[in-house]
Design a binder for this molecule. Sequence first.
Ligand code: ATP
Ligand code: MG
Length: 570
Amino acid sequence: MRYSRMLIPTLREAPKDAEVVSHQLMLRAGYIRKLAAGVYTYLPLCFRVLKKIERIVREEMTAAGAQELLLPIVMPAELWKETGRWDYYGKELLRIKDRHERDFCFGPTHEEAITDLVRSELRSWRDLPKNLFQIQTKFRDEIRPRFGLMRGREFIMKDAYSFDVDEASARKTYARMVEAYEKIFSRCGLKFRAVEAGTGTIGGSLSHEFQVLADSGEDAILACNACKYAANVEKAEVKKGPGTRDQGPGTQNKKEYHKVKTPGKKAAEEVAAFLKVKTDQLLKTLIFETDQGPVAGLVRGDRSLKEAKLRDLIGCEWIRLAEEETVRKVTKAPSGFAGPVGLNIPVYVDQEVALMKDFVVGANEGDHHLTGANLGDFNITKAGDIRAAVGGDLCPRCEKGKLEEHRGIEVGQVFYLGTKYSGAMKAQVLDKEGKQTTIVMGCYGIGIGRTAAAAIEQNHDEKGIIWPLPIAPFQVEVIPLNQDQAVLEAAEKLYADLGEAGIEALLDDRDERAGVKFSDFELIGIPYALVIGARGLKNKEVELKERKTGKTNNIPLKEAIPAIQKTMSS
Ligand code: ATP
Ligand code: MG
């Protein structure tokens, strides 16, 4: 490709609303342009990167036994009502009406559509297993689209769905997908980690996220420094300790606490500072609304409570932090002063709380707390692991290593779904005994654009992008240093030879100063350059430059092709 013919609208500076490096560089280097919030045009350089990632994904999915198809983007509401997600998905689901006023949605994910296909087309255990995938544009009306391709509203996803006759077979498929994902992200040249994850709006019982490690990542990961255990902080377990204890209702009430004034002090840190105690001597009481009614969740003052863990402990469908109105109704006090003593709703406590004595809690009265409170002073419905794990915690698996904190960007996620969708949508086949059995499912997503953005977050410097070779838009850029006839001719010849050797090359044929060409080469992030100048040409030499290290090396012009081939394969 010739630079002069390509659309590469580079910018001196990134627009101010671009907060993260990948977003800034994709704009500056002419990879993307915004059409609306979270909706982007992929310019030619970006398109090439996306196609490279897609190719790797396609090859590995196919090698793992999956077949590609393409489902509709627009789906009728009826399908989504069958699984209950028409209501459950909320505002992220973009709803549209057709000319007959019928409800449709723009697909954020495709469990419903694929399950509908499979239930009508598959009849017998002999038709299974099947693993079907597509690479398609999705739409999720994200509340805060940001960071460019990292969290768009419209984005490209590879989504796969597997169908097996029983759990054992479905678990094998799941394991195979985990392996395929490891190959995909390794082949993309990324440093990543597979971590245990929660299941969000997709659901199911077992899930792993693939996290590209980068300091700018939105996700916090905890990984053991001794064994393979790694999990998203939303999910990371805390080792079950002697502290796990269900008090059960009706424990004796000792009433040895004292009510003290804490005017305007709401946050644990403020209360602790005011009362001159450490935050770990406080017990935080948070009020939640759930499908089973309001509940209280309690953790030590210096900890944070994880909603998904509390949801699992309660065994409810959904959970969210209560609004002020509910807090006032159940505690008879403004928020910030809730406490477990005298509370008439179920009380769930973190296992660690069972080790605490003489602590501070809210008094359920504005501007007041209780000091010297103890477990005997209130009813506990259930105790369990509901706090966020933190760096330094003992590993819950090997119980030897310590958990370490990392930041990550979730580029893919795999879910073991069981019969969540196939059950709701009656997707069944006849088993070996001739009985109807519900198909066991899994689903597997990869964000194609987010993977590109994550690659930049992990690989860049102050000058620009440094693409990992396997997903770079071009492998080599040919840079003639000036417009001399001989220099241009040599560059053209080299460019042609590279093409013949099957190497993807970009020829910077613009009538620009060498400085401009170099800085654009560095900005757009092509891994290698072959630089031709008048002086080198006299010695029949060309300079091979590596973007990542900036290292240069003079090589005989005649050997340029084998030399670049060797460098690329090393
Ligand atoms: P997140 O937690 O980041 O919102 P998710 O868990 O909802 O993502 P999945 O349903 O697991 O996402 O979707 C599969 C993959 O699609 C994700 O791993 C991610 O790479 C990509 N993806 C999801 N949402 C977006 C988005 N808004 N913009 C770009 N890519 C996305
Ligand atoms: Mg996910």
